[in-house]
Design a protein around this ligand. Structure first.
Ligand code: GDP
Ligand code: MG
Length: 310
């Protein structure tokens, strides 16, 4: 059993992140009504054949003191840490560095070095352009890079108003525990470049990304649009018990895209392959032809998945 822990100050957004990851749709109301976490919440999940326990560490001072007094009991044996910072609250940056300091001091002392994903959370789409917050967050990031001498530390900007950002950070963290996972993204890059695909992605049944490639200039709004469309399709696939779904949609600027979602089954595990290409409205036959060609790479993908499943 692998242990994944969520740490950070109270009100940073840890429970919201976990709720968003587990629900993926319809979590908005629940997140608005969250109460502060008492002590530690636990749940289990499976990913790529491995079992994980996910622990949400309530961040109020009294609890932090309790964990730090007996860190071996609470923190010991962690395989992966998500450290969540409320990016919109620079007044508490010092306090959060201090907590992270103490946590990492423990791991250093016991010579454990789980990878650490620091989430600059509440980085809502509306504040992406906010110079002041960006500047302060950058300064914080620089302060935290001192840990990279002793730990593998990675940084992400996340927001529950961009569910994809949360899923991506979570997936990237988990990918550190599977050594061949990056091969999937590499294969997608190769195929996408051959056929000028807009996006290729492979998700597990819970929406965790196993591999993904998208064209560099794809805008955040476009990515969010595609992801929303994907979630809709996945819901329909499950409800209608299908293994294949073709769809077509358009961005706000009117540009149309075509997509397919295909279910790849491995024993009792299902994976979802998503392919998105530009739609040629005048020549839909050609659009279908390109999708067919990309799909022809399916055996290669299946072979890769076999290698990754534990
Ligand atoms: N603006 C914004 N607020 C958020 C975000 N995530 C969580 N919140 C809010 O932050 C507050 C604290 O969230 P919670 O998950 O309980 O924090 P925790 O104490 O770290 O578990 C709640 O009011 C959430 O609605 C986010 O991405 N953006
Ligand atoms: Mg909480």
């Amino acid at each position: 059993m692998r242990k994944v822990i969520f740490l950070g100050l109270d009100n940073a957004g840890k429970t919201s992140i976990i709720t968003a990851i587990t629900k993926r749709f319809g979590f908005e109301d629940e997140v608005k009504n969250l109460l502060p976490t008492k002590r530690i919440d636990r749940d289990m999940f499976r990913f790529l054949g491995l079992e994980f326990v996910r622990m949400d560490f309530g961040g109020q001072e009294q609890y932090r003191d309790q964990y730090l007094k007996n860190p071996g009991k609470y923190l010991g044996g962690s395989d992966l840490i998500f450290y969540v910072v409320d990016a919109q609250d620079p007044n508490r940056y010092i306090e959060t560095i201090d907590y992270l300091d103490q946590v990492l001091l423990f791991f250093k002392e016991v010579k454990e070095d789980p990878p650490i994903a620091v989430l600059f959370h509440k980085f809502d789409p509306v504040i992406l352009e906010d110079k002041d917050i960006n500047q302060k967050a950058l300064t914080l990031k620089q302060a935290l890079t001192k840990y990279s001498n002793d730990f593998d530390i990675f940084f992400f900007e996340t927001s529950i108003y961009d569910i994809k950002s949360v899923m991506d950070a979570f997936s990237s963290g988990l990918s550190l525990l599977f050594n061949k996972m990056e091969l999937v993204s590499q294969l997608f890059e190769e195929i996408s470049k051959n056929y000028n695909a807009m996006l290729m992605a492979l998700f597990d049944v819970r929406g965790i990304t196993i591999g993904e490639y998208y064209r560099g200039h794809l805008h955040i709004q476009e990515k969010m649009k595609i992801y929303d469309a994907y979630i809709d399709v996945q819901k329909k696939i499950i409800a209608q018990d299908r293994s294949f779904f073709e769809f077509s949609d358009k961005f706000d600027n009117g540009h149309r895209f075509s997509g397919v979602v295909e279910v790849l089954s491995f024993g009792n595990m299902d994976f979802y392959l998503l392919i998105i290409i530009d739609e040629d409205e005048k020549n839909l036959g050609k659009t279908v032809e390109i999708l067919d060609k990309i799909e022809a790479a399916k055996p290669e993908m299946e072979n890769l998945i076999y290698q990754i499943i534990q």
